[in-house]
Ligand binder design. Sequence first.
Ligand code: ADP
Length: 379
Amino acid sequence: MTDDASDTLAAALLGRFTANSRDHAFICMDPRGTVVTWNEGAARVFGYAPQEAIGRNLAFLFTDDDLARGQHRYELLLAARDTRSEDDRWHLRKDGMRIWVTGTVEAIRDGAGGLLGFVKVARDRTDLRAQVERYEQASEHSRSFFRTLGHELGNALFPLNNVAALIRRSPAGGHLTAALALLDNQVAVLAGLADDLANVERLERGTLALKPVCADLREAVANGVRAVEETARERQVRLEAFPPEAPIEVEIDPPRFQQVMLNLLGNAVKYTPPGGTVYVKITQEGHEALVRVEDTGIGIAPDMLPRIFELFTRATAAAEMEPSGLGVGLNIVKQIVELHGGTVQARSAGSGQGAEFTVRLPALPPPAARSGTAARHGP
Ligand code: ADP
């Protein structure tokens, strides 16, 4: 086929497609927004026949709220400025029904850059919008559930702590050391859960703000390692850290980063049977600082790996080994690391093959090469 013939064919196909498409509204407008063509799809989506729409300004499809905000003009202004404007909004059908329409408005220019007019391509996605609203409602419910559960747990823990302190000070306290230690342990587990729930809720709402300072990654990781040493010893899991000799400076919010380390190291210790080892490696690769937590534990099956950072995801083997987990820790890790401008990745060769979690953060340039902002955050 010659170039001319394929151009003619393409034009014919496109012409028929736009004229006959039943799902897509194709609306051509002049530079002032007056409708000049109105296809079958536009008639189906908006309920107006071509003769009722052609010659009118497209404003007649907009809701009163959007008209008051000038959205009908803004859509065209934006398209004229940026070539196209995304258009996901409520529109009005002829029968008065509101429909959720998604699409774009493109500005069409001649060879010399003069504005010829606009083409709006749109679809009725009221169904999709309803799904999104149901999803938003469901996640608002779970957020408020987390909030309440977190508060209730916190409220219940406060008197428990007081009672433990009272017993400890009483004459009977001396005989109850083991029972008090158990109580302390379980209270700490519940306090951790309450904290996790509060964090999930804050992260979901986007209200967890970081207070970043410039820190040596080696020290930040060492703090995490220290915090799980005792548990590792109790579980007979060896913990080996390999910090580099030179500092690696990063911008982190120390308590939040500690949370990341506690989750990753805690999991590594938790999911490694006695006799196993957890390795913690810190390196710098170009502009990235890396913390890798590797273990010789139960590993992660390939079908679980892609979902491992999702809320409430727990592998069966892990749940059997540690029935009390909620499956929220890794989700928190991912969100906190991402708030730091970093990434976290999980790898495992499969069940029983150990697991490896790598956190990558932007590394700060050496102090001498650094200018201004980051250095000023320093403690
Ligand atoms: P939890 O540990 O409370 O279940 P997390 O969100 O921290 O919640 O972890 C989610 C799941 O990821 C765990 O239940 C387990 O299946 C898997 N997992 C996390 N870390 C490891 C690890 N080091 N080795 C094997 N599985 C892991």
